[in-house]
Design a protein around this ligand. Structure first.
Ligand code: B12
Ligand code: SF4
Length: 527
C-alpha cells in the first residue's frame, strides 16, 4: 500500500522546520508499504490539488497530523481526500482532545475515518495493518493489556534513516542558488533544520499548555547513544550533499534533568557529533554554569526560553511561577558570554496585563543581549486547564476558535484590557522589536563580536519576521530589505573591506572544551 503522510500549513505563518511525527511514523511503518511525505509549509496544496495527487499516486491511506491552529485546513484537506474514496486517519494534539469533532460524533460533519489518540508510536503499525486489510477502526488508543493508558518508552527508539530519506522539499535555500552555494566553503547547497527529540514529557503543567496532559508529567528519555548516532547520521547526510544541517531538539525542556543533559552533551562532544543546535530550556535551569559551558561546546547556538511575561503575578496565574523575571537578564548574559543567544517568547493578554505591556516588556528586552523576541496572545487550547477556567468563568468569546483560525486574535476577554487593546499590544511588540532601528541596534550591540555573529543575528531577525508575520510575500521581502539597507550595506562593507573582526565576548569562557570541540563549532559561523 502507498501511504501519504500530510501536515497542513495554517495558510498564514510558515514553519522553518519539518515535523518530526512524519519521519517517526514513516520509520515505524511495517515493511511492505511505501510512505510519501508532504508538508504543506514546503509544498502548499489546496483541496483539489491534494485530491488529484492522491488519485495520481495511487495512495491507499492518508495520515494527517495537525496542531489546533491548522485543524480547519486539515479538515478541509481530509474532506477532499475522503471524497476520492481514500481513508483518512488523523492524529496529533488537537484530535486527541477533540476526537468526536474529527469523527463527526459531535453533530458536525465527519472528517476522518479513524483517529489515533495520544502518542501513536505503537498504534501506527496496527493502523497500517488494519487499513491494508480494509478493517480500519474508528479510534486507536495507546493502552496496555489492562486497558490502561500506556506511554511508549523511548528505549529503544527507531532509527530514522536520515541518510536515505527524500528531503528535497525541506531545503531552506532557494533552488536557483544550489549549484553555486554547494561550492562555497564546506558546501552550502542545502540548509536544513531537522527536528530531533531526546525525551518526552514535562512535569510543570503550565495552565495554557497541552504538553503535561498529552505526554505526561514524568519524562522518558532516549539513550545518549541513540541520540548521538542520530546526530552522526545527520552530519553524514549534510557532508554527502555538500550542505549544512542544524538540529532543533524539540524536547519541551531539554535540560529538565540537568545531570542527564550534561551527560548527553558530553557524549555528543566525545563522539564528535556536534552540530549547530537549538533547544527549548526554561530560564530556571540555565543557572548552572557548567551546563551552559557544555551547551556552547556541543554546538548549542540558540536557546528558546518561554519567558511569557515580565510580571510575576501573570506567571503565578498561569502556574509558571518558577519563571523569575528578576533573573532573565543574568541568564541571557550567561548565554551570550558563550555566544549562545536566546529566542525569548512572550504572551500578552494575560489576566494582569494592562495597556502598555508591550512597551514595558520591550524596555526590558532592550537592556538584554540581543536575541529574538517573539510575541503571542494567551490562547485557550482545548483540554488545557486555561480553557476550562475561562469556560467556567464565561469568558470565552470564540469557544471553537480553531474552526476559523485568525492569526494573532484572542478567543477570550482579558481581565484588565479589551480584546482590541491586547491585539494592539502584540502588533506593537512585533513592529518595534523588528523595526529597522531595532535590527540596527541589535547588530551594533554585538559590535565587539566577529562579523559572522552580527550577520547571523541580523539574518535570524529578518527570517523571524518571515516566519511569524502574516503574508510575507515577495514584495514584502523586497520592502523589508530596502528598509534595512543601511545595516545591510554596513555589514556588506565590512565583509568586503575587512576591518576589526572583534573578539569573542569572553575568550576565557568561549570554548572551555576546545580540544574536543573540533573545527565545526570552534568557528564563528552560527546556525
Ligand atoms: C517543535 C514545536 C514547534 C516548532 C514547529 C513545529 C515543527 N516543525 O516541528 C515551532 C517552534 C515553530 C512551533 C511553533 C508553534 N507551536 Co509548537 N511545538 C513544538 C513541540 C515542542 C514539539 C513537536 C514535536 O515534534 N513533538 C514530538 C512528536 C513525536 O510528537 P507529536 O507531534 O505530538 O506526534 C505524536 C502524536 O501526536 C501522534 N501524531 C501526530 N501527528 C499524527 C498524525 C497521524 C496520522 C497519526 C496516526 C499520529 C500522529 O504520533 C506522534 C508520535 O507519537 C510541541 C510540544 C510537543 N512536545 O509535542 C509544541 C506544540 C505542538 N506547539 C504548540 C503551539 C501552540 C505552537 C504555536 C502556536 C506557538 C505560538 N503561539 O507561536 C506555534 C505555531 C507554529 C505555526 N507555524 O503555526 C502546541 C500545540 C497545541 C495544540 N493543541 O495545537 C504544542 C503541543 C505545545 C503546547 N504549548 O501545547 N512549535
Ligand atoms: S509551557 Fe513548557 S514548561 Fe510549561 S508545561 Fe508546557 S512544556 Fe512544560
Amino acid at each position: 500500500m502507498r501511504i501519504l503522510l500530510y501536515n497542513p500549513d495554517n495558510g498564514v505563518t510558515r514553519n522553518f522546520m519539518p515535523h518530526l511525527w512524519m519521519f517517526l511514523l514513516q520509520a515505524l511503518t511495517p515493511a511492505g508499504h511505501e510512505v510519501l511525505l508532504i508538508d504543506g509549509n514546503a509544498q502548499p496544496m489546496d483541496e483539489s490539488q491534494i485530491a488529484e495527487y492522491v488519485r495520481d499516486q495511487n495512495i491507499g491511506l492518508v495520515g494527517i497530523g495537525a496542531m489546533t491552529r491548522m485543524i480547519a485546513k486539515a479538515y478541509r484537506i481530509a474532506d477532499a481526500i475522503r471524497a476520492t474514496g481514500v481513508p483518512v486517519v488523523m492524529g496529533g494534539p488537537h484530535v486527541t482532545e477533540m476526537a468526536d469533532e474529527a469523527l463527526g460524533r459531535d453533530g458536525g460533519p465527519r472528517h476522518a475515518d479513524a483517529v489515533a489518540l495520544g502518542e501513536a508510536d505503537e498504534t501506527w503499525p496496527l493502523i497500517v495493518n488494519d487499513a491494508a486489510a480494509g478493517k480500519l477502526k474508528e479510534t486507536y488508543a495507546p493502552v496496555d493489556v489492562f486497558g490502561q493508558e500506556r506511554k511508549p518508552p523511548l528505549k529503544p527508539y527507531p532509527v530514522i534513516p536520515w541518510d536515505k530519506i527524500d528531503l528535497h522539499q525541506f531545503n531552506l535555500l532557494p533552488k536557483v542558488v544550489y549549484p553555486m552555494l554547494s561550492k562555497v566553503g564546506e558546501g552550502w547547497g542545502t540548509f536544513r533544520i531537522i527536528p530531533v527529540e531526546s525525551g518526552r514529557g514535562c512535569p510543570y503543567g503550565c495552565e495554557f499548555c497541552t504538553v503535561t496532559g498529552f505526554f505526561g508529567d514524568s519524562i522518558r528519555f532516549r539513550t545518549n547513544e541513540s541520540v548521538v548516532n542520530e546526530l552522526l547520521l545527520l552530519k553524514k547526510r549534510a557532508r554527502s550533499e555538500k550542505g549544512q544541517m542544524a538540529v532543533f531538539f524539540i524536547d519541551d525542556n531539554f535540560a529538565i534533568n540537568v545531570k542527564r543533559t550534561k551527560s548527553l552533551l558530553r557524549d555528543i562532544i566525545a563522539a564528535g557529533a556536534q552540530v549547530h543546535w537549538v533547544a527549548q530550556i526554561s530560564a530556571n535551569l540555565l543557572r548552572d554554569e557548567e551546563l551552559v559551558d557544555l551547551i556552547a561546546a556541543s554546538g548549542g547556538k540558540w536557546v528558546f526560553i518561554g519567558m511569557e511575561s515580565i510580571d510575576p503575578a501573570n506567571l503565578k496565574d498561569v502556574n509558571k511561577g518558577f519563571n523569575k523575571p528578576g533573573e532573565y537578564a543574568a541568564v541571557l548574559e550567561r548565554l551570550a558570554k558563550r555566544n549562545v543567544y536566546a529566542i525569548t517568547s512572550f504572551i500578552f493578554g494575560m489576566d494582569n496585563d494592562t495597556t502598555g505591556v508591550a512597551e514595558r516588556t520591550l524596555e526590558q528586552v532592550r537592556t538584554w543581549p540581543p536575541g529574538l523576541p517573539i510575541f503571542g496572545l494567551l490562547t485557550p487550547l482545548p483540554a488545557t486547564p486555561l480553557y476550562k477556567r475561562l469556560e467556567l468563568a464565561g469568558r470565552l468569546t470564540r469557544p471553537k476558535h480553531w474552526r476559523e483560525f485568525i492569526p494573532f486574535a484572542m478567543a477570550h476577554t482579558p481581565l484588565k484590557m479589551s480584546i482590541d487593546e491586547a491585539h494592539a499590544e502584540v502588533k506593537y511588540g512585533w513592529a518595534h522589536a523588528y523595526s529597522p532601528e531595532a535590527l540596527a541596534q541589535a547588530v551594533d550591540a554585538l559590535g565587539d563580536q566577529p562579523l559572522g555573529y552580527r550577520i547571523n543575528i541580523f539574518l535570524a531577525r529578518l527570517c523571524f519576521r518571515g516566519i511569524y508575520f502574516p503574508a510575507m510575500n515577495r514584495m514584502a521581502w523586497v520592502k523589508l530589505i530596502a528598509q534595512n539597507r543601511r545595516t545591510i550595506f554596513k555589514l556588506a562593507k565590512e565583509a568586503v573591506l575587512g576591518g576589526s573582526r572583534g573578539q569573542p565576548r569572553n575568550p576565557d569562557l568561549e570554548h572551555p572544551y576546545q580540544e574536543e570541540v573540533g573545527p565545526e563549532v570552534a568557528g564563528e559561523v552560527g546556525a
